[in-house]
Ligand binder design. Structure first.
Ligand code: TXA
Ligand code: MG
Length: 319
């Protein structure tokens, strides 16, 4: 079983040593918990794919704790400077061309010539990265396709014995994954809406395109954006305006629909930040009840609502 350890100096040393031996360590970030591996070790990165049962075509985000580390990995550009200055450290992932001598395992890129980079702000993530002194590949610490973990217990539940050490620093503040922006083309493209809103990005760099699903001769730009993803075990439906007695209700706002068997409210005061932080944890908790299915009330599409609705749409997609 996974061991939950406190985010103190002794843990960081123990975790860093494990990572240098190409073992996996789960750690908190401000978005969700990540399943970390030494990004420069093929063996370590391969273990991530095994532990998560993740398709090999889905590339990984590489986490760093200094700009010096970033500049060894990818070819930097002006747009990256503008976004990095505005949002790093923080919940933004930038996809950039790999440097020819990039030390990250090719497995992180899953056959692409780009690499996704994130500089997290969470103190425990930074402490771990500094202790290892190497970039860490880290997807969300759940089995592929399942709900992302926002608490250390969720990691243990989802991955079980596939990970030995989980650094436990309580619930993640933001609760939604980072926004992934592709800067390899002529126009920046949002590959995955996330904790940084499109409005905030547009303020810094003007126009942005949303990546579409791709076509036969033009593959989707983010391999991870499979239609069904982030899925609870129970059936889930969105935009509910009424609820059946055997359904669990995930409410939003001051007027939860009447009649559900169990009710959790993403935010009684209608706050989208609070709703984002609660989303995955509440879905997990409702998934554990004896209700037949989960009904989710409508969430406004503005600000963080865009990313929340993206996750809910995937959670409700046919599997
Ligand atoms: O908040 C987060 O981003 C969390 C924490 C742990 O940092 N990580 C995370 O990783 O959500 P993951 O693996 O669950 O999602 C990474 C997403 C996937 O959709 C993947 O396809 C995309 O980023 N991605 C990674 N590298 C890419 C690349 N080179 N080109 C395009 N998309 C990439
Ligand atoms: Mg994930």
């Amino acid at each position: 079983m996974a061991r939950l350890l406190p985010p103190d100096a002794a843990t960081m040393q123990q975790a860093a040593a494990a990572l240098r031996r190409s073992e996996l360590v789960a750690f908190p970030t401000e978005t969700v918990y990540g399943l970390g591996a030494d990004a420069t070790s093929d063996r370590a990165v391969a273990r991530i794919f095994e532990a998560k049962e993740r398709p090999r075509f889905n590339p990984l985000i590489v986490h760093v704790s200094s700009m010096a580390m970033v500049l060894r990995l990818v070819q930097w550009n002006d747009l990256a400077t503008r976004l990095g200055m505005a949002f790093w450290p923080g919940p933004l992932t930038l996809v950039l061309p790999r440097k020819p001598d990039c030390p990250a395992s090719l497995l992180c890129s899953a056959g692409l010539d780009s690499l996704a980079i994130r500089y997290p702000s969470h103190p425990a993530a930074q402490a771990l990265l500094t202790a290892v002194g190497r970039p860490l590949a880290a997807p969300s610490a759940n089995r592929s396709g399942n709900l992302s973990p926002t608490r250390a217990e969720d990691v243990a539940e989802s991955l079980g014995s596939a990970v030995d050490i989980v650094i436990d620093d309580g619930p993640c503040k933001l609760g939604l994954e980072s926004t992934v922006v592709d800067l390899t083309g002529p126009v920046p493209a949002v590959l995955r809406p996330g904790a940084i809103t499109s409005e905030a990005l547009a303020q810094r760099i003007g126009s942005l395109t949303a990546a579409d699903g791709g076509t036969a001769d033009m593959p989707r730009r983010s391999p991870g954006q499979l239609e069904s993803h982030y899925a609870p075990r129970k059936k889930l439906r969105t935009g509910a305006t009424e609820v059946a007695p055997d359904e669990a209700l995930l409410a939003f706002g001051s007027m939860p629909l009447p009649g559900a068997r169990v009710v959790l409210n993403l935010s009684a005061r209608g706050d989208l930040g609070e709703a984002a932080a609660n989303l995955f944890a509440m879905l997990r908790d409702l998934d554990r009840t004896d209700a037949r299915a989960i009904a989710v009330m409508p969430i406004p599409e503005r600000a963080l609502g865009e990313a929340i609705n993206d996750r809910l749409r995937r959670a409700s997609a046919p599997r």
